[in-house]
Design a protein around this ligand. Structure first.
Ligand SMILES: [Zn+2]
Length: 248
């Protein structure tokens, strides 16, 4: 998906506190909110200049830092701790995670509807979430690559290659050369929504824009596409904080 579908993301505060800009037709002025896991959202009128958004955010740095600290002191901040369980709605899997000290190693043992992960190494929460993100990316490859191939087969839309990465601002993208990139965080979404993203990206192999012909094609392949696109904009909330935010 391109910037037209998803919020722009500005890396104003480094990796741990992304600022998402959401443009709204109803907004009359710039406003700010901070989500419990530290994500900062700027709501901007449709025509606000990028420059004035940057200025607005930097003028409110102190307020943002204070709000984030307040959340940091609340129980919700624990959401950024390394997880005890990883639920992958896309494939109906629950993985139980156990931590220990010792040799650096992540061992994932599949079981019924998920499995168990044993992670040993330094008792450093940042290191731990980094290892789990790597595992998530591998799981994403194992799940999403064949899934995309299947949907391509069903829809008759061919792509060239696929990569699965962890991205903060896009569920997927498609290049002019028909290489598709998918976000491993798709694993946290419901299967119907994942399928919609796959259809959306495959449709870009025919139309590299979001013009009427593109939406006609998507509508033909996925009749519920408007609801799905709406749901996708809010679906970032289904992604656990540790996937994109380091423990503080
Ligand atoms: Zn798109």
């Amino acid at each position: 998906m391109s910037a037209a579908d998803t919020p722009d993301q500005l890396a104003l505060f480094g990796a741990e506190a992304a600022v998402v800009v959401r443009r709204s037709a109803r907004a009359r002025r710039l406003s700010l909110r901070v989500f419990p896991h530290g994500l900062v959202e700027v709501v901007a009128p449709q025509r606000a200049a990028e420059r004035s958004i940057y200025r607005f955010v930097s003028d409110h740095q102190a307020w943002i830092q204070r709000a984030r600290r307040e959340f940091g002191a609340s129980p919700q901040a624990r959401m950024v701790d390394p997880p005890a369980e990883i639920g992958l709605a896309a494939v109906g899997e629950a993985w139980v995670v156990a931590y220990g000290e010792g040799t650096r190693r992540l061992r994932a043992v599949p079981g019924a509807d998920g499995g168990s992960i044993r992670l040993t190494g330094p008792a450093d929460p940042v290191w731990r979430v980094q290892q789990l993100r790597r595992w998530l990316q591998q799981r994403g490859r194992a799940v999403l690559e064949p899934w995309l191939a299947q949907v391509a087969f069903e829809t008759g839309l061919a792509y060239r290659g696929v990569t699965v990465r962890r991205q903060r601002s896009r569920w997927g993208s498609c290049s002019a050369r028909h290489d598709i990139s998918l976000n491993c965080a798709l694993l946290f979404l419901e299967p119907a929504l994942v399928r919609h993203v796959l259809v959306h990206e495959l449709a870009h192999t025919r139309h590299l824009n979001h013009g009427p012909a593109f939406w006609r094609l998507v509508g033909r392949l996925a009749p519920d596409f408007e609801a799905a696109e709406r749901e996708l904009r809010a679906a970032w909330r289904s992604v656990p904080a540790w996937v994109n935010h380091d423990p503080m």
